[in-house]
Design a protein around this ligand. Sequence first.
Ligand SMILES: Nc1ncnc2c1ncn2[C@@H]1O[C@H](COP(=O)(O)OP(=O)(O)OP(=O)(O)O)[C@@H](O)[C@H]1O
Ligand SMILES: [Mg+2]
Length: 252
Amino acid sequence: MEPNALRILVVNGKGGCGKTTIATNLAAAYARAGHHVVLMDHDAQASSTHWWAERAAPLPPIHLCEAHRRTSMYTTRAFAQRLPPDVDRIVIDTPSAVGDRELDDLLRGVDAIVVPLLPSSIDIRAGARFISQMLSHRLYRTRPVPVAVVANRVQQNTPTHSKLIHFLEGLDVPAIATFRDSAIYTGLADDGCGIFDLEADASVARELDQWHKLLSWIDQVCRPQPTKKATMRRGPLAASAHPRPERATLHT
Ligand SMILES: Nc1ncnc2c1ncn2[C@@H]1O[C@H](COP(=O)(O)OP(=O)(O)OP(=O)(O)O)[C@@H](O)[C@H]1O
Ligand SMILES: [Mg+2]
């Protein structure tokens, strides 16, 4: 493990909720801010890997780690996942089929967990199940870390939007940001870009505020906490002992 690198896990057992979109945009945001970033792709679909392959200079570089690749008998998993020594941000994209066994691997050493959620009843139910499965996982209970939900592909003033608001209010974990359903994200995915790579472009201006909220939350909860040791003993939901930011407004 890289002791000085923040590890941010983007995870939800539900497919298509925006894990790769959030992970690649976070990686690109950190790279643009001058960090040494690793994007770790745990998904055999390799969507993050494809995004990365489209990313070329002058975009700030990101190191890819294809964690989904099987290792041969001559290469250990640890060797295959060796990271550059100066890395300070590791963003982890995950597959949708995540059970207890996969969580054993994914939760190891993470500093913050981001769970993207789509605003449909099916996704909300599956998301709630996933979050409680994760919070009761042995590794999470041994070492709780801050967890946040981000609502993704939200269309305002629809019935599903109201259901989502209701659901988020009842969660044990904070809802940090709300990303609109926007064709911008598909374009970014095709070009190996993140939203901050187009910061100067008026078309992304509306989105940036919510991304800043997510980045600030990560920054805030990952800052060394003087009382961390004491709060960690509180049990599964100790993560909520971290400074709790404002709830996402859900108005974009
Ligand atoms: N906010 C958004 N607005 C519009 N389209 C989006 C948004 N977020 C994601 N998408 C699109 O939705 C699709 C699924 O997103 P993404 O691949 O990020 O989900 P995922 O959770 O990684 O899926 P999988 O479980 O298959 O890995 C992609 O085509 C992506 O471009
Ligand atoms: Mg994906």
